[in-house]
Write a protein that binds this ligand. Structure first.
Ligand SMILES: *Cc1c(COP(=O)(O)O)cnc(C)c1O
Length: 242
């Protein structure tokens, strides 16, 4: 009988291989892409199985639900926890207290609040800026689908760059869900071009990370330059109803 553990282990390995193959095929070093296993809405058994399989970067969306999972994994194992979902102001403290990195920073107000709390806690929080590159009203992130929108982002980016207890690492996006992964390519390319644009303009900042691609389209994202891919269902299976 195949257990949850062996199933997740196999799919974790297969996914690592597909990521490496996609990287090599596009002339990239496979080590330049990191797999973030998304365990949102999954029980602790699934988190443990993913860690057992070798996962060392885990992504969660709902701060409250993640805390018990984070606390259940021994710190000695060295799991890096990434918050990848929208963070409401009143949940900011949970991010400061429990997460290693916030991928989904999507407002100046949240940035200022996190900066204040990080200062109080005596830590620096690594963050990535979330952009909406698909012109969907319902999505979080600063609108950046059109190159002509980019200059309007400078003032807020400059304010965030001035926050001493946040450390910028790069950009993140969650594009519209397409039935054909090939249709997601344009969004991933837009995020990469925006990153290159910001890196040219703000040369003192580290813009290295590009977090893009999920179970449905991570190979295309890797071809377009992703350094972090966020994969849930393809590794840990469908999410249980919340
Ligand atoms: C759920 C989620 C993922 C993972 O999606 P899968 O389809 O399960 O791979 C990635 N990124 C974000 C922001 C998510 O909310």
């Amino acid at each position: 009988m195949e257990t949850l553990g062996t199933h997740i282990h196999e799919r974790y390995q297969q996914t690592l291989e597909s990521i490496a193959a996609a990287a090599r095929a596009s002339g990239r070093d496979p080590d330049s892409v990191r797999l973030v296993v998304v365990t949102k809405a999954q029980p602790i058994e699934v988190v443990q199985a993913a860690v057992q399989a070798g996962a060392r970067t885990l992504g969660e969306n709902y701060p409250e639900e993640s805390v018990s999972k984070i606390l259940a994994i021994e710190p000695e194992i060295g799991v890096e926890w990434h918050m990848i979902g929208h963070v409401q102001s009143r949940k900011a403290r949970l991010v400061i207290e429990h997460f290693d990195l916030l991928q989904s920073l999507d407002s100046l107000k949240l940035a200022e609040r996190l900066n204040r709390m990080a200062l109080e806690a005596g830590r620096v929080l690594p963050v990535m800026l979330e952009f909406n590159v698909g012109e969907e009203e319902s999505k979080y992130g600063w609108p950046a689908a059109q190159e002509k929108d980019w200059p309007a982002l400078y003032p807020v980016i400059e304010m965030i760059l001035g926050l001493q207890n946040l450390q910028l690492r790069g950009l993140m996006t969650m594009p519209p869900l397409e039935t054909d992964p090939e249709d997601a390519r344009v969004y991933f390319r837009t995020l990469r071009l925006l990153r290159d644009h910001l890196a040219d303009r703000y040369t003192q900042t580290d813009w290295r990370e590009l977090s893009m691609g999920t179970s449905a389209d991570y190979e295309v994202a890797v071809q377009e330059g992703a350094t972090l891919v966020r994969i849930g269902t393809a590794i840990v299976g469908p999410r249980p109803d919340r």
